[in-house]
Design a protein around this ligand. Sequence first.
Ligand SMILES: NC(=O)c1ccc[n+]([C@@H]2O[C@H](COP(=O)([O-])OP(=O)(O)OC[C@H]3O[C@@H](n4cnc5c(N)ncnc54)[C@H](OP(=O)(O)O)[C@@H]3O)[C@@H](O)[C@H]2O)c1
Length: 429
Amino acid sequence: MGDPLRVAIAGLGTVGSGTVRLIEANAGLLAARTGREIVITAVADLDPRDRGFATESYRWYDNALAMAENTDADVIVELIGGAEGIARKVCETAIARGRHVVTANKALIAHHGTDLARAAEAAGVTLAYEAAVGGGIPVIKSLREGLVGNACERVYGILNGTCNYILTAMRESGRGFQEVLAEAQALGYAEADPSFDVDGVDTAHKLAILASVAFGCTVDFAAVHIEGIRQISADDIAFADELGYRIKLLGIAKRTPAGVERRVHPCMVPLGSPIAHVEGVFNAVVADGDFVDTIIQVGRGAGERPTASAVVADIADIARGNRVATFAVSAAELAALPAASMQNHRGAYYVRLMVLDKPGVFADIAAILRDHDVSMEAVIQRARAPGEAVPVVMTTHETAESAMTHCLAAIQRLPFCQEAPHMIRIEPF
Ligand SMILES: NC(=O)c1ccc[n+]([C@@H]2O[C@H](COP(=O)([O-])OP(=O)(O)OC[C@H]3O[C@@H](n4cnc5c(N)ncnc54)[C@H](OP(=O)(O)O)[C@@H]3O)[C@@H](O)[C@H]2O)c1
């Protein structure tokens, strides 16, 4: 048995407490597998309230930065959260003092991952963040190590359990977004302020990280195109069903001749696609490797126990001495790949219109599509109500996003169009 690995944990909330509990519960298993005892030497949080374990067993700090500055631990585990402030300072300080860092903080890695990786590499320490993407799914390890022999052209997934829960519940119950969101908040599946989740920011943090690992590029959160799920209506969900699709909030990173697409938005995915059946709070990550073909991993993307599982996997790697470049290639060699503009994106589209039911409507819409070289695949008008507003849905064949943007602007100007057209991209997975 080697020397014990000393671990100090900053932040004892959901993930921090879970991490302590896992290390306590599976100490023997971890020692047998890593060849070293993993020993928690210090913990830090704002107050020593009941955390579900004996906090007095460990050296207590009520200042996480003081712990990072003074502890003799080999590893500092940052589980406070936030892209700036204390979490960033704790990680920077730990690296500067030659300590390995493990974090679950996707916001921090999405915004400062490249700089932190460079600092860690210069200091000769590990910066590990498995828990930042996909919760308990070992997605970083599988992309970076399991698929090391593959060129990866695309990685995508359902990366936010809150959104997937809301979309699943909307479909199963036929209820609208606001009602289901309120229920998700009451059940603890959504935060009191749900904007990071439902507006797509959390998914974008994770996607920026995935793109970096998959393509060996700098972590470029600013390059991510972000749309959330607030505009998805019960009608969209019902029409999707009728057309043979499920609506999912996806993060998609793809290499194209025009640059790297990094986009987060609701998508219609065919019912035949495995990802269409990943429901509720589950996450899924799909990667295309040139030799392995397509792999899909599904699991719990959040929660105390799954996230602690990922945090401890990183700690175990450090205990074993497994050293891998933070984002698969040396931080010094991460490429700043050009970003593809959304207007260059090509794909099929679903469009929902609210139009007055009167003669000539379809002819005018068809003329606009024809003028922009957009070819319609299907049209659905459920009910007739002459002179009144009715929903009309159409899907297109593959076309350029720029053409769709112009079409929707022109359709919105038509006198019978009662509200802004709503568009959802169709992905042929
Ligand atoms: N929860 C999940 O399922 C999940 C999944 C994947 C990744 N993550 C990531 O894991 C990290 C932690 O998330 P979490 O859900 O565990 O958050 P959390 O429950 O809010 O825990 C954060 C803890 O840090 C404490 N804290 C705040 N400021 C501090 C400071 N200056 N010094 C020391 N402690 C401080 C908080 O204390 P107070 O409560 O008193 O403020 C709280 O106990 C975040 O980066 C999150 O994005 C979470």
